[in-house]
Ligand binder design. Structure first.
Ligand code: SF4
Length: 323
């Protein structure tokens, strides 16, 4: 069965049950994203609702999914209404929650509920976790090749890490391609860039942001949330792994991780990206308050290329850093 999902969750359970997990965000953003948004708006989704939600709605209706897992706590409150729309369209929907208070018992109960739903034993799920952790260790290496050796571009780092949410639905193939990529980049001459930036927030809906920055002598050597999707903590226990995963909890949890990585990766500045109409824009208040390096906030709305205004803002920010 093909099981769509709305954001990273314990995907090990779905693999253990022999199903194919599909991160609907990745289908949306790598497909004809504008037409997915238009389709949802045509069916009544409001203009002032985030494009990702509209994209996932259209993907769920067109990707021949057998069911959808909606993360209804810890991601996006719009998911509640998205799930209702999908139920109305005859799609089977399951929910998963990351408890906001990070209560270990509650999270374990959520994982156990998912295991019962998919009729798998915890030991089967752990076997899958060991398999996926083997790949995740290679992603930690890829990340080091990015920030320690400057041999991986920010765009490449983004692409591999963001796809680790579902391993492109085929971990064996993903690992094979990753092995090839790593052996190829090890032979590269390190990139020289004037600025080392971090990218904070949800993955961008803007398609040419990394390329534009790279042209301007900026390499992104830290993709915050994409890195979180790759579960770099490699905790032995499944519940612990999903407690270490910062994205579904508060900005306070995220800030602890971000501050460590800013020092470790010797960043000059960060871009804090948020999506139009997203509640996470409020987090920029604390990001700006508690980070002690320059922060540029960027907002994306419709899928597509950088607009002239955002390009100008990036260029002005770089001018400010130069002087
Ligand atoms: S970007 Fe924000 S509003 Fe959009 S789906 Fe993600 S959490 Fe929800």
């Amino acid at each position: 069965m093909k099981i769509g999902f709305t954001t990273s969750f314990p995907v090990e359970v779905v693999f253990a049950a022999g199903h194919i997990p599909i991160d609907m965000n990745n289908i949306f953003v790598t497909g004809n994203a504008s037409s997915y948004v238009e389709k949802a708006e045509f069916e009544g989704y409001p203009r002032n609702i985030c494009s990702w939600i509209k994209g996932m709605y259209s993907v769920a209706l067109s990707a021949n999914l057998d069911a959808v897992i909606g993360v209804v706590e810890g991601d996006c409150s719009n998911t509640h209404s998205l799930m209702s729309s999908l139920i109305d369209q005859g799609i089977e929907v399951f929910s998963f929650s990351f408890p906001h208070d990070k209560d270990r018992k509650k999270l374990k109960a959520e994982i156990n509920k998912l295991e019962r739903l998919f009729k798998v034993e915890h030991v089967q799920v752990l076997n899958v976790k060991h398999r996926l952790d083997k790949i995740r260790k290679k992603l930690v290496l890829l990340d080091k090749l990015t920030f320690e050796e400057n041999k991986v571009t920010g765009a490449e780092n983004h692409q591999w890490l963001v796809n680790s949410s579902d391993f492109n639905s085929d971990p064996d193939d993903y690992e094979k391609r990753l092995d090839e990529f790593i052996s190829e980049v090890k032979k590269r001459t390190p990139f020289v860039s004037k600025f080392r930036f971090g990218f904070l927030g949800v993955p961008p809906i803007i398609t040419d942001l990394y390329d534009f920055l790279f042209e301007k002598n900026v390499n992104i050597v830290y993709n915050e949330i994409q890195r979180q999707f790759s579960m770099p903590s490699l905790k032995a226990d499944l519940t612990d792994q999903y407690l270490e995963y910062t994205y579904p909890y508060s900005i306070i949890d995220r800030l602890h991780d971000i501050q460590v990585q800013i020092k470790k990766r010797q960043l000059n500045a960060v871009i804090s990206y948020s999506q139009s109409f997203c509640h996470r824009q409020i987090d920029n208040i604390l990001i700006k308050k508690y980070l002690d390096i320059p922060v540029l906030t960027i907002e994306g709305d419709q899928p597509g290329k950088l607009d002239a205004r955002t390009k100008l803002r990036i260029e002005s920010f770089l001018d400010m850093l130069r002087y």
